[in-house]
Design a protein around this ligand. Structure first.
Ligand code: ADP
Length: 495
């Protein structure tokens, strides 16, 4: 908008007409005072200012404008009588564009000047806009940078305060920060701590982890640079996400050597204790079996001998499980794999459960008249374990279904469904872990929590899969599937 200031309405009229004819929006003021008021309220691209006016003259108005920070840069074109001294014109006005036109006005000259100033004004405005946005961009970046630095500082003090060996790396895996403790175990800030020669190479592991973008968790033996003895550490590293991208990695080494030793001692104890228990129990079992055979069916003592045998078998099973557990721990669980008739094995397992638990109704569905390659006794052990658990955890509903299917891609699956107490969702993922028992029912049902752990290991070693579906109060379905490999030998997967 252009402000035309003149005390003569006819002058204003002719100027306004010329400018509006050329699409310049205009505003008018009939005196210097009125012009100043308007300038304070509104912003103008250009002011055309008559010099000779009653009251405030043009120069005084210009001088006043130069005092307003908001209006200081508005260009002014003075309308003056001919021969006005230029020096005079610049008086009181120090910055911004300025020019003059002598009266009578030549419209072409006026338009030329207005256009030039208008363009200048537009460019100026654009420059100011760009400058303002650049300034706010710079301020924003600086703020973000300050925040980042503050956060990194906080993270570093946290990593200094913890008892672990700790480090952070850039997104590409290059080490950026290590805490004091790191330097007791690593030759420099840029190299990883010294690990046992038999453990995986940390540099390569780290490269793979960074490439995968997935968290790392591994046990590794580490020693201080000035000592000989290695200790077990748990190395954990997680990527720090910013939006969808990884901005850095944070990692720690936690000393778990004492726990490892305790677990090893416990495993050793279980192994020794179960071996020591097994020998006398085998002898007891043999004698009681002899006794059972020598007693007449009508003999009143037969009942006691039978009961003793049931308990001996229970104890025997527990010890066998403990021995299996020790073998898994030490990598000595051996498999005797060869082809066998699955259906025959399954029928005999079901018969055995039916005899042992005559109150339970075991319904078999499906058909699996196949030859399976695997360790027959171990596969049977899994099925018996699933079935005895189904019996044990269904005290009020005595129906159990066992279903077998052979899929088109030649996998055999076995599913044992009961209608018993079920397993809460939160426990289902852990149910196959060592010593894991559902807390809520642990007091009601005896057990060690190792049966399913052994089953899992057996299925894994047959390259199979396993799992559970369950609804608390409605029952559970435990299943496993193993590949039916036609013909003879398959490689056993590494333990
Ligand atoms: P144990 O039965 O000796 O405790 P397992 O390893 O066989 O050990 O089972 C682990 C846990 O899984 C059990 O303690 C029990 O809480 C739960 N569980 C196993 N089978 C069933 C089932 N059929 N129904 C409900 N809970 C079960």
């Amino acid at each position: 908008m252009i402000l035309i200031v003149d005390d003569k309405p006819e002058n204003i009229f002719s100027l306004k007409t010329i400018l509006e004819l050329h699409s310049f929006p205009t505003d008018t003021a009939l005196s210097g005072e009125e012009a100043l008021k308007k300038i304070l309220r509104q912003s103008y691209a250009l002011i055309i200012l008559d010099v000779q006016m009653p009251g405030m003259d043009g120069f005084e108005v210009a001088a006043a404008i130069s005092g307003y920070s908001k209006a200081r840069d508005i260009p002014i074109i003075f309308l003056s009588a001919a021969n006005t001294d230029k020096k005079f014109i610049t008086k009181g006005y120090t910055s911004g564009g300025m020019d003059y036109i002598t009266k009578p006005i030549d419209p072409d000259i006026l338009l030329l000047k207005v256009k030039t100033f208008y363009r200048l004004y537009e460019q100026n405005r654009e420059l100011n806009r760009i400058q303002a946005s650049l300034r706010s961009e710079i301020e924003f970046r600086k703020k973000v940078e300050d925040e980042l630095q503050e956060r990194a500082g906080e993270l570093h003090s946290i990593l200094e305060s913890i008892p672990q060996i700790a480090f952070t790396t850039a997104a590409d895996g290059k080490i950026e920060f290590v805490n004091e403790r790191w330097l007791k175990y690593a030759p420099s800030k840029q190299t990883f701590p010294i690990t046992h020669p038999d453990d995986p190479d940390l540099v390569k592991t780290w490269e793979r982890t960074v490439a995968s973008g997935k968290p790392l968790e591994m046990e590794v033996r580490v020693r201080p640079i000035d000592e000989e003895e290695y200790r077990y550490y748990l190395l954990r590293a997680i990527p720090v996400q910013e939006g969808d991208t990884i901005s850095k990695w944070v990692g720690t080494f936690t000393d778990i050597d004492d726990q490892k030793q305790a677990v090893r001692k416990k495993d050793e104890f279980i192994s020794i204790a179960s071996h020591e228990l097994k020998t006398p129990l085998t002898t007891i079992k043999a004698y009681v079996q002899l006794l059972e055979r020598s007693i007449e069916a009508e003999d009143a003592n037969k009942l006691y001998v039978d009961r003793a045998l049931v308990q001996i078998r229970k104890l025997d099973n527990l010890i066998v499980d403990l021995l299996d557990l020790s073998k898994i721990e030490s990598g000595k669980l051996k498999f005797n794999k060869r082809p066998f008739q699955f259906e025959a094995m399954l029928s005999s397992a079901i018969d055995m459960i039916r005899q042992t638990y005559p109150d339970y109704k075991i319904i078999r569905t499906g058909e699996a008249d196949i030859q399976l390659y695997g360790d027959e006794m171990r596969i049977e052990q899994v099925i018996i374990n699933y079935l005895t658990n189904a019996v044990k955890y269904s005290p009020d509903n005595k129906e159990i279904h066992i279903e077998t299917t052979v899929s088109p891609d030649n996998a055999l699956s076995v599913k044992v469904r009961d209608f018993g107490i079920g397993i809460p969702k939160a426990h289902q993922a852990n149910i196959f872990s060592k010593f894991y028992r559902v807390e809520e029912s642990a007091n009601r049902f005896q057990g060690l929590g190792i049966g399913l752990y052994i089953c899992a290991e057996i299925i894994r070693r047959h390259a199979g899969e396993f799992g559970v579906e369950s609804e608390p109060g409605h029952g559970s379905a435990f299943y496993f599937s193993v590949p039916v490999l036609e013909g003879s030998a398959i490689e056993e997967p590494a333990a």
